[in-house]
Design a protein around this ligand. Structure first.
Ligand SMILES: *Cc1c(COP(=O)(O)O)cnc(C)c1O
Length: 378
């Protein structure tokens, strides 16, 4: 059985990148590592839209989220957290773990935050030091209005904007310097088309001033220490060397495609997926502000979403994901980010159609695939 990984992380990896990573390991303190890091540093700045260094950690994405909190905030600080899903909840949990008091804006699952709520909260409490948000809330398939929120936070000298861009960097434009994003985070296993194991943090000049004052405990995820090291084309501790070799190749391929084309490709793939699901009579979970990284879809009445997911995986070799917590059993999620083209979309949609047919859902077989083809042919 041929296998297809269509989840919002880990995502598929190109054969060229796999071959790069299969090369003999090199020593990270040896001269041959230097040009590799120089290239990666430059291209990460390009991807993040920042003149500042992008720090690299050997961890999953959450490591950099943890570091974003512990490096910029102080004991007893207040933070404003936008919580519209599992990852928003994670921001609040990280704050709690370090004694940062989190004021939470609860957003209904499937909806995006209204920027005026952020504006109001900041106006009401001038002590809020940071706003923490997801650019793309993967658990619900929602995109939050980061640019509008950045425009608000910019006006507060004593507040920074920390953005989890883990399923947004490489999917959406998030130019850090231009928009005024203070910390931008991503991970390797999403739109960066690598195996899990690398986390990244871009840090603005404004945020570096917060780093100077921060007194929360930290050791491995120490931004100041990493900044010093990366300027010498090093990391403080052993980097995930093979992943960095793969990253260099990924960034070369991304530069060749161009950011505008990358964003357009994700838009088209997402459009095709959404319209295909509607064409077979299914309802989208996040119709108002859907993310271009992942489409979340309500399972039809009477069919538990887990059954669709299981059928796709066990009978068809296609891995998609379900919902968590309150959305468990109700939705399935089709990812379309990273190393992903129009044919992958057709595979995803036809797998859903095969599963629905087998589960006796009544619809016109092929209607979703046809709709997707029409959109992708435009
Ligand atoms: C995947 C993901 C994370 C966390 O990633 P790990 O690599 O599992 O730590 C955080 N935020 C968002 C939005 C994600 O999609």
């Amino acid at each position: 059985m041929k296998r297809y990984l269509l989840t919002p992380g880990p995502t598929m990896i190109s054969p060229e990148v796999q071959l790069e990573m299969a090369k003999p390991i090199i020593h990270h303190r040896a001269p041959e590592f230097i040009p590799l890091m120089e290239e990666v540093r430059e291209n990460l700045k390009w991807l993040f839209g920042s003149k500042n260094e992008v720090l690299i950690f050997a961890s999953s994405g959450t490591g950099a989220m943890d570091g974003a909190v512990t490096n910029t905030l102080c004991k007893g600080d207040k933070a404003l957290v936008v919580d519209g899903g599992k990852f928003g909840e994670r921001w609040a949990n990280i704050c709690k773990a370090y004694g940062v008091s989190a004021k939470v804006i609860k957003v209904e699952w499937g909806k995006s935050v209204n920027p005026s709520e952020v504006a109001k909260a900041l106006e009401e409490d001038r002590d809020i030091k940071a706003v923490l948000i997801q650019a793309s809330e993967t658990s619900t398939g929602v995109v939050h209005p980061v640019k509008e929120i950045a425009d608000i936070v910019k006006n507060y000298e004593n507040t920074i904007l920390i953005v989890d861009g883990i399923t947004a960097v490489g999917v959406y434009p998030l130019p850090m310097d231009e928009w005024g994003i203070d910390v931008l985070i991503t991970g390797s296993q999403k739109a960066l088309m690598l195996p899990p194991g690398l986390a990244f943090a871009g840090v603005s000049d404004k945020a570096w001033k917060f780093v100077e004052k921060s007194d929360l405990p930290k050791f491995y995820f120490d931004f100041k220490k990493e900044l010093k090291n990366i300027k010498d084309n090093q990391t403080a501790y052993t980097p995930a060397v093979s992943l960095i070799i793969g990253l260099a190749q990924v960034l070369r391929e991304m530069k060749k495609e161009g950011l505008e084309n990358i964003y357009k490709r994700h838009q088209r793939l997402a459009d095709a997926t959404r319209e295909a699901m509607k064409a077979i009579g299914l309802k989208l979970f996040a119709p108002d502000s859907p993310s271009n990284a992942v489409t979340s879809v309500y399972s039809p009445e009477g069919i538990e979403a887990g059954k669709i997911i299981k059928y796709c995986r066990d009978k068809l070799g296609v891995t998609i994901t379900g919902g968590q917590d309150q959305a468990k059993g109700k939705i399935f999620r089709i990812a379309h980010l990273g190393y992903y083209d129009r044919f992958d979309i057709i595979i995803a949609i036809s797998a859903i159609e095969f599963a629905l047919k087998a589960l006796n859902y009544s619809f016109e077989l092929g209607a979703g695939v046809k709709k997707a083809l029409e959109i992708l042919a435009e």
